[in-house]
Design a protein around this ligand. Sequence first.
Ligand code: SF4
Ligand code: FES
Length: 148
Amino acid sequence: MTKRTYENETVRVLWDSERCVHYAHCLRHGQGVFDRARRPWVDLSLADTETIVSTVEGCPSGALQYERLDGEVGEIPDAAVSIVPLWDGPLAIRGEFEVRDRSGEVVVTGPRATLCRCGASKRLPLCDMSHVEVGFTDASPTDPGNDR
Ligand code: SF4
Ligand code: FES
């Protein structure tokens, strides 16, 4: 498990590798800020603050989070909780929620997380990418429009 923080004068980006479900929203929308082929993989100098925070807010798993350092308001979770099945993968949940394990312990809270849909995760109820190993496929005949 890797946790890293990256910051400039306006924003601190936090990354938790264990939560990443590799849907690549950050790679496609971050104007080069996020690049897996580069070390470090996050370079905040490549985009303005609004681009960075909107990209982070699009991370379905919550692997990416941010804190504003410029006094601006940070991410406000959606008031309504929504759940969207990602193509051949987990359920993306957004909003002001708490996810608990079998013992009732809170394992993750909003604004974003991805929940296992295949049943094979070793970190239930969160997705841990085991759906790839078990070959989980989505029975939906059409792409529901996930941003993958
Ligand atoms: S958007 Fe989030 S879940 Fe998707 S690849 Fe980036 S860090 Fe991982
Ligand atoms: S959906 Fe990802 S581990 Fe089950």
